[in-house]
Design a protein around this ligand. Structure first.
Ligand code: CP
Length: 359
């Protein structure tokens, strides 16, 4: 049985196959209309969502299957104190595949230990959002016809923006991709993204504080929302909420072939006037989310265990404590488990990937 916790759980070849499948679904939808008859998808959304939940549900219906689940934690037994592990153990008796979103980082990793059916991470706190990344990859492929030789600008809240973390991890695996990381100092990508992802891949990256200084270089501009719900205080959020607003004026020097993306929802970081620009592709991107989730459901329902490569991780249990208050291990009765870094002598929490800091 295979699961999707992080985009890199799939090889580049497997992602290529999923994109090809999504393209075939787009062209020949009727071929797939009954393929999941008798199958059930559970959508467990402990955190709000419009696109991810509804596109998963639309995807399963368009494959001929059924959907069950909840759209807020308060309508599940989580409100009575049930753990993620128990919830997943129970729901995997009722469904053939589960998509879950949770506000705590690493919650899907806990779910993985109990599920009896394929599990999909539909977003965990500020950590990762792999199905958004698959959506983004399909969009990039449909717009550019390749993943290689692209200059990708990622703009906004790169600290808490989980879609950015997942997209960087995925795009690092292609050839000659240059990352332009556009954010204020306080919202830079987390340290582990630099040390564990960009540097080991020898990725070409630069960090800047304004989009104007790099606009003309970009093939893709990936805008993100400042993640209000993840800031430690409202005051901190207010300081950054208007950090970047893309409007027609800022696009004056952009390439004609630029693709403007956004995982949505937007607040004010893209002015509505930009929607009329032919380079704005964020609504098409949201539609692509349904097609790639159809491909993902089909792929996971058919994948066998033997396709998985064993991860050779050195784990240390309960000798260190995770300091991330948003990590699942600080919110439920769980062991604190760390893995040794492959690149240096540091340890990272297996759930949220925060580095162990001895202070
Ligand atoms: N892009 C995205 O994850 O949107 P939702 O939060 O509406 O699912």
């Amino acid at each position: 049985m295979r699961h999707l916790l992080d985009t890199t759980d799939f090889t580049v070849k497997e992602i290529d196959s999923m994109i090809s499948l999504a393209l075939d679904i787009i062209e020949n939808g009727e071929k797939y209309a009954h393929i999941c008859e008798g199958k059930k998808l559970a959508t467990l959304f402990f955190e709000p969502s419009t696109r991810t939940r509804l596109s998963f549900e639309a995807a399963m219906y368009e494959l001929g299957g059924h959907v069950l689940g909840f759209s807020e934690a308060s309508s599940s037994s989580t409100s009575k104190g049930e753990s993620v592990a128990d919830t997943i153990r129970i729901v995997s008796n009722y469904a053939d595949i589960i998509a879950m979103r949770h506000p705590l980082e690493g919650a899907p990793r806990v779910a993985l230990t109990k599920t009896l059916v394929p599990l999909i991470n539909a977003g965990d706190g500020g950590h990762t959002h792999p199905t958004q990344t698959l959506t983004d990859l399909l969009t990039i492929y449909r717009e550019k016809g390749t993943f290689d030789n692209l200059t990708v600008g990622l703009c906004g809240d790169l600290k808490y923006g989980r879609t950015v973390h997942s997209l960087i991890k995925a795009m690092c695996r292609y050839n000659n991709v240059r990352f332009v990381l556009i954010s204020p100092e306080e919202l830079r990508v987390p340290d582990y993204m630099i040390k564990e992802v960009l540097e080991p891949c020898k990725a070409d990256y630069v960090e800047v504080e304004t989009m104007e200084e790099v606009m003309e270089e970009l093939d893709i501009l990936y805008m993100t929302r400042v993640q209000r719900e993840r800031f430690p205080s409202e005051e901190e959020y207010l300081k950054h909420k208007d950090a970047f607003i893309l409007d027609n004026k800022k696009l004056e020097n952009a390439k004609e072939s630029l693709t403007i993306m956004h995982p949505l929802p937007r607040v004010n970081e893209i002015a509505v006037e930009v929607d009329a620009d032919k380079r704005a592709k964020y609504f098409e991107q949201a539609l692509n989310g349904k097609y790639i989730r159809m491909a993902l459901i089909l792929t996971l329902l058919n994948m066998k265990n033997e396709d998985v490569k064993e991860k050779n991780e050195t784990l240390v249990i309960n000798e260190m404590r995770c300091k991330n208050p948003r990590c699942i291990c600080n919110n439920e009765a769980l062991e604190h488990v760390f893995k040794k870094s492959e690149t240096d002598s540091s340890f990272r929490c297996i759930y949220c990937e925060e580095k162990f800091l001895d202070k």
